[in-house]
Structures are given as structure tokens and as C-alpha cells.
Design a protein around this ligand. Structure first.
Ligand SMILES: Cc1cc2nc3c(=O)[nH]c(=O)nc-3n(C[C@H](O)[C@H](O)[C@H](O)COP(=O)(O)O)c2cc1C
Length: 143
């Protein structure tokens, strides 16, 4: 069994540097650590809000989430939900990531019944996973 944990949070304005470089730094660290921990997942970022799916053995997910929650680069960390599953859905991604672009990505959000404003608040864990998988496959095929 693996555990999936979904949450959203808000970047702190004082996180330092440009928001997209903060995002890229987080992805780089996450990919390195998650590989070592046997974790996988996906991180969405719209320059204000993060929404992340983290999956793997429950104890590893919980340990890593405790570290993430304490990270000073974001606040208002809110768990959306957790799920137990027999297999992974993000096996190809130690931590995939998509920085949402208001114009190009609006269509994808709309196709999930979401919009660029408030998307992160409307999702349950399953909904976030569906959106993240959509971005994961689109970004993978579009480079
Ligand atoms: C939105 C967000 C998502 C993060 N996701 C992960 C993650 O999936 N895995 C991880 O190891 N660290 C993640 N981090 C970073 C951790 O909070 C922490 O900085 C990092 O694990 C410390 O690793 P280091 O000691 O190797 O620098 C995330 C941080 C933020 C703000």
C-alpha cells in the first residue's frame, strides 16, 4: 500500500528571489530527496499558491510532509486529503512540477471545472491528482 497526501499552501512574499526560481529550487531539492526516500509526486504552482501530491510509503510521506510543513518559504499549509492506494500514480516523477501560465494553462483548468482564480481551493485530493496527471502528461509530451 502507498499513501497519497494532498495539500495546498501559499508562497511567502519574503521567500527570497524571484518566485519561479524559488519554485525551481524546491523542485530540485525535492527530486533529490524523494528519489532517496522512494517518494514520488507532483507540484503545481501559480506564482502564489502551491498544490502538491506526495506519494509513497506512509511513514516516508509523513516524515517528508512534516519537513515541508515547517518550510519558511510558504505558509497556510492546508491538507486537502489523503488516500491509500495499491499503486502509485506518479511513478515516473520523483517530483514533477508545473508552473501554471494564466493564458496557456487556463484551458486545462477549465476542462477540470476550475479557473485561474481559486483553483486550489476547489480541489479534493482526487481532483488535484487528476489535474496534476493532466499537467504531467501534457508537459511530458510538450517538453
Ligand atoms: C511547496 C514545497 C514543496 C516541497 N516538496 C518537497 C518534497 O516533495 N520533498 C522534499 O524532500 N522536500 C520538499 N520541500 C522542501 C523541504 O521543505 C525542505 O526544504 C527540504 O526537504 C530540505 O532538504 P535538504 O535538507 O536536502 O536541503 C518542499 C518545500 C516546499 C515549500
Amino acid at each position: 500500500m502507498i499513501k497519497q497526501l494532498c495539500y495546498h499552501s501559499r508562497i511567502k512574499p519574503e521567500a527570497g528571489g524571484r518566485v519561479l526560481s524559488v519554485f525551481r529550487d524546491i523542485l530540485k531539492t525535492s527530486q533529490r530527496n524523494n528519489q532517496a526516500q522512494g517518494l514520488s509526486g507532483y507540484l503545481l504552482f501559480d506564482r502564489t499558491y502551491f498544490a502538491q501530491v506526495l506519494e509513497g510509503p506512509a511513514a516516508k510521506v509523513d516524515d517528508t510532509f512534516a519537513r515541508i510543513k515547517a518550510d519558511a518559504r510558504h505558509s497556510s499549509v492546508t491538507i486537502i486529503g489523503t488516500r491509500d492506494r495499491s499503486g502509485r500514480q506518479f511513478g515516473g516523477w520523483t517530483m514533477g512540477g508545473a508552473a501554471l501560465e494564466v493564458l496557456q494553462d487556463r484551458e486545462v483548468l477549465l476542462s477540470h471545472g476550475l479557473d485561474v482564480e481559486g483553483w486550489q481551493h476547489k480541489l479534493d485530493c482526487r481532483g488535484l491528482i487528476d489535474v496534476a496527471l493532466d499537467f504531467a502528461h501534457k508537459r511530458a509530451s510538450n517538453g
